[in-house]
Write a protein that binds this ligand. Structure first.
Ligand code: CA
Length: 364
């Protein structure tokens, strides 16, 4: 019994001696990693408004830095050689546009090793959006089995594209009779395609799909498929400014694309003066502004196409209230179409029985 006890004791001491250096090593290495050669003096992400100047504080923890660079996305804002102690740099980050960017410290050590410390920075819009609401000018029928994803006029004719609600192969694209709300000429996409936003430009209809990463291209007269494009990510809303296709993907980002190749030409991030506006859905280009339905809300935002700043926030809850008793879950406001031949705006929602001619008026 005594021998067993002694053997156990020896094994225990042996195990402790074996494990202890491992624990010590692990702790030592963690502490070493924590000590970055240079760090920002603010915690968490940084938020700034528009082109206000912000002072960025930096603490240098190492005497071994040959060169320290302050980098904002791809731009080097400042460099220091053999930096010591605390540093600061004052700059208007909004000069590079609004949205989420990376602010980084790149330390190049005397040994040649490079260490990078990054923080997310959000530059918010410096514009307080104008508050507006809808005023109803007329009510017309809408086909309540149309799960509306795209709505746009072309040469005075209303085109509507739908999604495949319930995975039944019910994606449609067609021309709508405003008097009845029903399709005249129409075509369909079979499963697995789930139709999303549509836009019409130079005699061509573009129809996005939700998660199929494919845009179908039809001629606007006969609605025959001519070609298709592939893209990355989800497809939500689509409109055009007469030159470029403008696309949303459910985030706060909007991409401008070449109508001939579907390649991305530029991107904007949509912000108001407090936050990014995500869930951007069906789109419409009206007199130099992009109007976007915000998915699962009664809100529409008007966006500056150059900067991504929100110019107007429009409350369309009056429309939802009028159709609410007949709605099921998910049958939300979605669809803005501008008829430039008579300067009228129409709005509807998914499976809504009505479509409304509206104007946007200031809220006092
Ligand atoms: Ca539209």
């Amino acid at each position: 019994m005594k021998r067993i006890f002694i053997i156990s004791l020896i094994l225990l001491v042996g195990a402790i001696l074996l494990i202890f250096p491992l624990i010590r090593d692990e702790k030592g290495s963690i502490e070493e990693d924590k000590r970055e050669p240079a760090v920002f003096l603010f915690n968490g992400p940084l938020a700034v408004i528009g082109e206000e100047e912000v002072t960025i504080g930096i603490s240098v923890n190492s005497n071994e830095i040959d060169r320290l660079q302050l980098i904002y996305n791809d731009s080097v804002l400042n460099s220091w050689l053999n930096p010591r102690g605390e540093l600061s740099f004052t700059y208007a980050l909004g000069k590079h546009g609004i949205g989420a960017k990376y602010l980084s410290l790149r330390s190049t050590l005397n040994s040649g090793k490079t260490v990078v410390e990054s923080r997310i920075t959000r530059v918010l819009s410096d514009i307080t959006p104008e508050r507006k609401k809808v005023r109803i000018l007329a009510t017309v029928p809408h086909n309540d089995s149309n799960y509306t994803q795209g709505l746009e006029f072309y040469n005075g004719v209303l085109y509507e594209g739908t999604g495949d609600e319930g995975n039944k192969g019910s994606t449609r694209l067609g021309k709508v009779d405003l008097k009845t709300g029903m399709y005249g000429q129409k075509v369909g996409l079979s499963r697995p395609y789930f139709g999303e936003g549509i836009t019409i430009m130079n005699g061509v209809v573009y129809q996005l799909t939700w998660r199929n990463a494919k845009c179908f291209v039809y001629d606007s007269e006969e609605l025959q498929i001519q070609s298709e494009f592939n893209y990355n990510g989800e497809g939500w809303g689509l409109c055009n400014d007469g030159t470029h296709l403008i696309m949303s993907d459910g985030t706060e980002r909007i991409t401008f694309r070449d109508p001939k190749t579907f390649q991305i030409l530029r991107t904007i991030e949509v912000y108001n003066n407090t936050m990014p506006i995500t869930n951007l859905n069906e789109l419409e280009y009206i007199n130099g502004k992009i109007y976007a339905n915000i998915y699962l809300s009664d809100g529409v935002v008007a966006i500056d196409p150059q900067t991504g700043k929100v110019l107007e926030e429009i409350d369309a809850s009056e429309l939802t209230r009028l159709v609410l008793p007949q709605l099921e879950a998910g049958e939300v406001l979605n669809g803005i179409a501008y008829n430039e031949t008579n300067n009228s705006i129409y709005m509807t929602g998914k499976n809504w029985p009505s479509m409304f001619q509206v104007e946007f008026v200031k809220t006092y």
